[in-house]
Write a protein that binds this ligand. Sequence first.
Ligand code: CAA
Length: 282
Amino acid sequence: MKIGVVGGGQMGGGIAELCAKAGMDVIVHEVNQDVAEASKARIDKSLSKAVERGKLSEQDKAAALGRLTFGTDLGALADRDLVVEAVIENEELKKDLFRQLDDIVESPDAILASNTSSIPITRIATATSRPESVVGLHFFNPAVVMPLVEVVRGVLTSDATVEAARSFAADQLGKTVVVAKDRAGFIVNMLLVPYIIDAMRMYEEGYASKEDIDAGMVNGANYPMGPLALSDLIGNDTMLFVAEALFEEFREARYAPPPLLKRMVEAGLLGRKSGRGFYEYG
Ligand code: CAA
């Protein structure tokens, strides 16, 4: 199976790595050569970590790297069977990419997928002449570790596309798949985002320290990390964007992004991406 991944960042890089490890030929598209090189270096590092952890042999690492190509020409995706878009959460940017992919990707059976966590698949699909082939494939961060993929069915997505997306994630990548309807938050973020922003409100109101909030959920509910550390992992800019999307759709106070989150993003405390996050906030 020939895969294209548009955007080789934290999510796209993880998706590309998973596909290459599963034996697929992968082209990672990036905006320029420097970013493409950085994406390759991150994947190489992650594969090395898998080798150190005894999850992958040196030979399998070399084979996976051999299946990955990094480039800046979107036209190179013409022969792909499946393209996964994983660029930033910007609707116009995503629509523009899908418009181009619609022209470029040759096979009428190819699937055009988005890893969006908040933009309706139906709206992205309208930028193409083949909305029946457009689907959401929502991975979780870190994609190489987290078992879940949400397959998101747009209003016009065909049954065949949903089944092909499910089979790709479950049978080829070994993920646990849930099928979600095309509304903001899908399944997981609809539950996870109010929890994380409630933790921010609790901190902002001075009810508890950030350390105690995180320690509370790690030790009292057995979560692998606390909500504030998790927001840093996801990226506080992404958190803000998803909370805004939920609020816009449902208009319920529980989805309204707390002022603290807005201030942090404005201050460039973006979490893992910038290396500066919640724990740098005074
Ligand atoms: N390749 C392969 N395996 C790897 C790996 C790599 N590069 N890096 C780590 N692993 C494996 C480890 O070997 C280990 O496996 P075992 O349990 O079998 O030993 C496992 O992954 C955990 O790795 P670590 O020991 O390095 O890390 P950890 O135990 O500290 O866990 C974590 C780190 C996985 C991030 C954990 O803290 C966690 O699960 N946190 C919650 C993450 C979460 O909730 N993500 C979802 C966010 S929501 C989202 O993404 C959606 C959205 O739209 C916003």
